[in-house]
Design a protein around this ligand. Sequence first.
Ligand code: KG4
Ligand code: ZN
Length: 350
Amino acid sequence: MAKFFIKINHLSGSDIIILGIESSCDDTSAAILKNGTILSNIVAGQKVHEKFGGVVPELASRAHQQNIIPVVDAAIKEAGIQKKDISGVAFTRGPGLLGSLIVGTSFAKSFALALDIPLIDVNHMQAHILAHFIKNAEERYPAFPFICMTVSGGHTQIVLVKDYFTMEILGQTIDDAAGEAFDKAAKILGLPYPGGPLIDKYAKLGDPKKFAFPISNLPGYNFSFSGLKTSILYFLKKEMQKDATFIDKNLNDICASYQDTIIRSLFKKLLKATREFGVKDVAIAGGVSANSQLRSELERIGKEENWRTFIPKFEFCTDNAAMIAIGGYYKFLNGEFVGQDVVADARLKF
Ligand code: KG4
Ligand code: ZN
């Protein structure tokens, strides 16, 4: 893939307007960002997966094809700009579902070619972290180096962020991601996809100490959540044999206990990493960072540990193009562009 580094000094003084495009999983999103400030961030979800208990890749890429043009159009209109004002197009190159990524990548390539503007590839996992640099009214941003725990439907990572694009993964899940642990348990409980927000909702009404689930104990900063999923499956099978209404009667307590196990397991490693690296700026990112217990625990533990904590706004937790646009903005400032030979990469690393 051809990468270009172009000096953009001539642009100093003029506005940098980035169109961001995200299509890595089941949300089609487009955003317009002007000099780091979000002007619009449109997200079209895909209801089609609800009844399947998870994302069906073929259906996802077809829905992206239907959504991408209206979503980009809406983002441009809402931002109150015109296509000719756009300085560059940033898109999610990976990681994600290949069929879904190809839709956004192809669209971005055509758009950049038609307008003769730079094309910028963005790593989805880095973008979740970079969402913390979208301009906010308080002008409050993490300082490098900081630690970010990125928890989503596909990933669970503890990342040492040294610079906008210099990031080191200290630890990650060796099997299921935290979001998957939420979604798979929700499926077992008979809840629709994505189950994370529903478990969060019922957990608020339940007792987190009512049922005990095992917490994995891997060395270092890695996580494992597949044992937890198996344990809830066997636990519920056993209880339902004794009483077929067990889930109905105990839904809130099951959700609270299960969620609490996930959150404790996440913080165990986050604490270990921050102490060992002496880092005091601590952020969370990704879809699971919308979880209310994760957010409140970060604040509570943050106070105890003397951290400055960074919690994304809800709209920047789950997949969105604003985070792709901010990633694109920093690459634009570096003059770091890609050519038309760029291809989507389902397993893109950083
Ligand atoms: O980052 P994201 O939108 O997509 C991926 O890149 O995977 O994350 C989606 C994940 C899903 O697993 C969803 O259940 C989870 O985030 N999620 C939550 C909550 N909101 C979304 N999990 C727990 N509590 C929530 N409130
Ligand atoms: Zn994501």
